[in-house]
Write a protein that binds this ligand. Structure first.
Ligand code: PMT
Length: 218
């Protein structure tokens, strides 16, 4: 029997990549599949929460009881999350949001001449987690993620503090068993009380379930 220990809670999950359009046919993005976030959305829903999923492009199917907000770019994801946030009890930020967007070339396809090099200027996007974390009420809780290629512990704990999260889930990206596009993840977890744990490789479904257990005990 699934515990209904999140009944009455409003939970927002951000998931998947964002796509920052450059010209009529090209965009800047990353390989996030949205699976990690979908595991959280389904786990919270199974435990009785009302779940809002703010989904980047090409993210997985979710049960109809989960309210889905489909977005494309980082600015749209920020707007959707910021609109929902005041009504939420918990925010889980698994999305791989582009930190920068290319200054748009326009709606036309850029035509190459064959000899030129191409320089594109990028401008920063709003950090959704940091903005909403800074504005969070005493009774709202936040789980952030940290996608790293090295210095996992140090970088994850830095993000926990800078973004005012209650928990941070650090994962190494670029390996087959963890991070982007895998069914499993290997995570380092830290919370704001100073508790830390390193977990072995396990299914993303299990990671999501155990993080919710931890959050509910805090
Ligand atoms: O989707 P999958 O294929 O299952 O892969 C899962 C995952 C690797 C995407 C996931 O486990 C993960 O690590 N998600 C965070 C990806 C990321 O962008 O990490 P970051 O270290 O760059 O960002 C730190 C935190 O700030 C994250 O919670 C991120 O959602 C948030 N952020 C970052 C930038 C930004 N502009 N707004 C944000 O909210």
């Amino acid at each position: 029997m699934t515990p209904q220990d999140m009944t009455g809670q409003q939970v927002m999950v951000t998931l998947g990549p964002t796509r920052e359009q450059w010209d009529g046919v090209r965009f800047w993005s990353n390989p996030s599949s949205g699976v990690m976030g979908a595991c959280f959305a389904v786990a919270a829903w199974l435990r009785g929460a009302q779940v809002h999923a703010v989904c980047g492009p090409a993210t997985p199917w979710l049960p109809a009881d989960i309210t889905r907000h489909d977005v494309t770019g980082a600015a749209q994801m920020y707007q959707a999350a910021a609109d929902l946030w005041p009504r939420m009890d918990t925010g889980i930020f698994t999305a791989a949001v582009a930190d920068f967007s290319p200054e748009p070339f326009g709606a036309e396809k850029f035509k190459k001449s064959g000899t030129e090099t191409l320089s594109i200027r990028f401008t920063p996007n709003t950090d959704i987690l940091k903005t909403l974390g800074t504005a969070k009420r005493e009774n709202q809780r936040i789980v952030g993620f940290a996608a790293e290629t090295g210095n996992l512990h140090e970088n994850a704990v830095g993000k926990l503090r800078r973004k005012n999260a209650d928990m941070i889930v650090g994962n190494i990206v670029g390996t087959p068993e963890s991070g982007f596009q895998s069914a499993t993840n290997k995570v380092f977890v830290a919370d704001k009380t100073g508790r830390t744990e390193e977990w072995p490789v396990q299914p993303k479904t299990e990671v999501a379930w155990r993080i919710l257990d931890w959050l509910l005990q805090m």
